[in-house]
Design a protein around this ligand. Structure first.
Ligand code: ATP
Length: 281
């Protein structure tokens, strides 16, 4: 059974003729311990999809199921890491994690809590920065903190909404490796949204493209069977990696081209003329 499932889920924003349908009849099954990457173009509905899986947005039609039951609103069982970190600026590194831990584990004793928080700070290599505020951290450090805060709540599923897209290429690759390392430690189920095909192939077990919006759906799936651990230095020369990357890129370009043509057809306004029968004397 899938741990998280979208069953013909439809989500839109706005009313009547101004309504914009972001996802329509979207179907997805995420299995326990799997690392799934969703790739899509900008504006296709990736963040909406993560919000839907995390319970921040409810479907207008269809269902989101967690362990076979209607998932409902957000909860600590589905932890989300956002693109823009969403940290509390007045709290320190320690304080940001502490707030989450106190909320999810209110019974935890003070001493135990201190060690527990420190474990997550160490795990994401923020040791020594405990008393810094988010404004004193680099982008990569903020994203590490955001990750540690979410992991400290021990969610059953980690939902990552383009967690690395705001980072420079070098920091991005360091954090990709860290996320993989953390995932390999306990194989928590992960759904990660990205717009980077290479990142998806490097990290995921399965890649599911999101078709361009409006009314986006989850398209043909690609299994990534490359052995783990995957070494980014040699991956570029790996024929299986190159083949998969090319296949996915080609597929994404094709579905984007199809969507463009459909949009042009639906936007084409024909002149409002009537045929006139002219009689010839
Ligand atoms: N709360 C909202 N109200 C109205 N429209 C919305 C809302 N949230 C998203 N949209 C629209 O839904 C579409 C998809 O947005 P979404 O943020 O999910 O895309 P995305 O693929 O994550 O984009 P990006 O890659 O640029 O972050 C966009 O056209 C956006 O304007």
């Amino acid at each position: 059974m899938a741990i998280l499932e979208l069953d013909n889920a439809t989500v839109g924003f706005g009313e009547s003729h101004r309504r914009y349908t972001v996802l329509e009849d979207a179907n997805l099954k995420v299995h326990e311990n799997e690392f799934v990457a969703i790739i899509g173009f900008s504006g296709s509905g990736k963040s909406t999809l993560i919000s839907l899986l995390g319970g921040l947005v409810l479907p207008d039609a269809g269902a989101v199921r967690f362990k076979g039951k209607e998932a409902g609103g957000p909860g600590p069982d589905r932890g989300i890491v956002f693109q823009n970190y969403s940290l509390l600026p007045w709290l320190t590194v320690y304080g940001n994690i502490e707030l989450a831990v106190k909320t999810v584990f209110p019974q935890m004793k003070r001493n135990e809590r201190r060690d527990y928080i420190q474990k997550y700070i160490d795990q994401v290599s923020l040791t020594g920065s405990e008393s810094k505020r988010p404004s004193e951290l680099s982008g990569g450090m903020r994203q590490r903190l955001s990750l540690a805060r979410t992991l400290s709540m021990q969610p059953e599923i980690l939902l990552l909404d383009e967690p690395l897209s705001a980072l420079d290429a070098l920091t991005r690759s360091v954090l990709q490796d860290e996320i993989i390392r953390l995932w390999e430690e306990d194989r928590r189920t992960v759904v990660m949204v990205t717009n980077d095909v290479d990142e998806a192939v490097l990290m995921a077990d399965r890649i599911v493209p999101l078709t361009p919006g409006p009314s986006a759906q989850l398209g043909r799936e690609f299994a990534v069977t490359l052995d783990r651990p995957r070494d980014r230095a040699t991956l570029n020369f790996n024929p299986e990696f190159k083949k998969l990357r090319n296949e996915i890129t080609r597929y994404m370009l094709d579905i984007n081209e199809d969507a463009k043509q459909l949009r042009v057809a639906s936007e084409l306004v024909l002149p409002d003329i009537q045929p006139i029968r002219i009689g010839v004397a």
